[in-house]
Design a protein around this ligand. Sequence first.
Ligand code: UT7
Length: 359
Amino acid sequence: MTFEVAITGVGYRVPERVVHNREFEARMATTDQWISERTGIRERRIADPEVALSDLAIPSGRQALDHAGLDPKDIDLVICGTSTPDMLMPSTAAITAHALGCTRAAAFDLEAACSGFVYALVVAEQFIRTGTYRNVLVIGGDILSKFINWDDRGTAILFADGAGAAVLSRSDRHGFLASTLGADGAGQDLIQIPLGSRTPPSGDKSLHVVHMKGREVYKWAVDNVPKILAQVADAAELTPADFDHIILHQANLRIIEAVSKRLGLRSDQMIVNVDRMANTSAGTIPIALAEAADQGRIKPGDRLCLLGFGSGLTWAATALTWTAPRPRSALARTATTGQEPFVTAPDRSDPGVLPSRSL
Ligand code: UT7
């Protein structure tokens, strides 16, 4: 016997600090105009130094539980999709489950880079569909600002911090329709943070940060994302035009526009927040989803496609019908202003790639 599965609650949390493109101009050979024209990004949220992923994951999860109307003890499993956990061990999922009071829950992290949230959704869905669990809390998020070379204009302007969450529950309605997951390790050198058991922590900080062949990733995405989207639509017995809302990984507005053009999609189908949030890796899709639900843009009965892609290379897509009501209390957190600049001109006496940030 199998069971239907639906998303019953969402939440998100981003750091309060807003960093505008103009802040990069003092530090590297770039301009606000280049960044906005080539990526669609105008600003992003960056965490203060003491903030770790669980500091964003915990409030996201609390909002999602509240939206779902569940007690933390109702949760059977917590999965956190991330590449930037609080620590290599224990998992951020275990830390988050404990802080939320999910005392009955199993917990693990899932590493599929920017595809991590949708990968985790699909894993969670299987546990509920088979009857093993009733309620699963899925979190997707990253704090990539701590793993960036702030002198590399090819990555520093793109990545940011944030987390979002979704509660999946056994349902009497037909929520999840179809999903597809994939990986191609032949593209492992396209986006990497080398730090790990092959490259243990060392004095060479250039091995602790994101390295990306941006143009190649861009080409891969524009060639493959339309095929993945068409594939998941087909598996759900839909066409791409049937989706009311499509949330692609928010890596670059030009990728979203190119995919949309290739598939002949309408602009009102695409949910976009890359202009305000930049690329929060595993956080982009749950943050955009929770924002759209919070704004009442997504309504019960709407058909959604969520599609992530990134380092691995990995990709994950799911098609679902939205069944949750609009969250009762506003999820949005207002930004603070008047802070010191985040990205300062480099101190040339410091040869490290991660000079201290002005905070
Ligand atoms: O989340 C994981 C998935 N990641 C992605 O999907 C990222 C995909 N890639 C991209 O979004 C784009 O490739 C980038 C935004 C990273 C780069 O944009 P692009 O239009 O592909 O630029 P490019 O790499 O082809 O570089 C064009 C020029 C180069 O100068 P030359 O060689 O033509 O003189 C770059 O050095 O732009 C230069 N450039 C910049 N100029 C000003 C690269 N970054 C910058 C910058 N400001 N920040």
